[in-house]
Design a protein around this ligand. Structure first.
Ligand code: FEO
Length: 135
């Protein structure tokens, strides 16, 4: 069973961003499923690396749109992104060094972060960017 699903409550009404959020939801689910299936560390490492890379791609897209449209809360939003990237990079480094085992708590952390960030922080730029014609 999937860990969670994307639904319209997560939509920021910007096509490119909604597609990226959907992909992130899928990737977190893939990580969770790989854990449940007891996949080896090589497979798990690849899933985690792909998720880390795509998260950075997604954050760069959002930051370009926010900065390009002079979003007033850009810096606070970017700080949340930077903090998560630091945490995920740390997870990956520890995993690669054999200092950490991926567990469901990691999947739950990523799920919780993603949902809370989209609903709590991304939603704040939705009316601002939509009003600027970003859809
Ligand atoms: Fe969709 Fe601010 O991350």
């Amino acid at each position: 069973m999937a860990l969670f699903t994307w639904d319209s409550s997560l939509s920021v009404n910007i096509g490119e961003i909604d597609e990226q959020h959907k992909k992130l939801v899928t990737m977190v689910n893939d990580l969770f499923e790989a854990m449940k299936a007891g996949k080896g560390s090589q497979v798990m490492g690849k899933v985690l690396a792909d998720l880390t890379t795509y998260t950075k791609t997604h954050f760069a897209t959002e930051e370009r749109l926010m900065k390009g449209n002079s979003y007033p809360h850009y810096l606070a939003h970017k700080k949340e992104h930077d903090d998560l990237i630091a945490q995920v990079d740390d997870l990956y480094t520890k995993f690669q060094a054999g200092q950490m085992v991926l567990s469901t708590s990691v999947g739950n952390f990523l799920k919780g972060w993603l949902v809370n960030h989209i609903k709590g922080t991304d939603m704040k730029y939705k009316p601002f960017l939509n009003q600027k014609g970003v859809k």
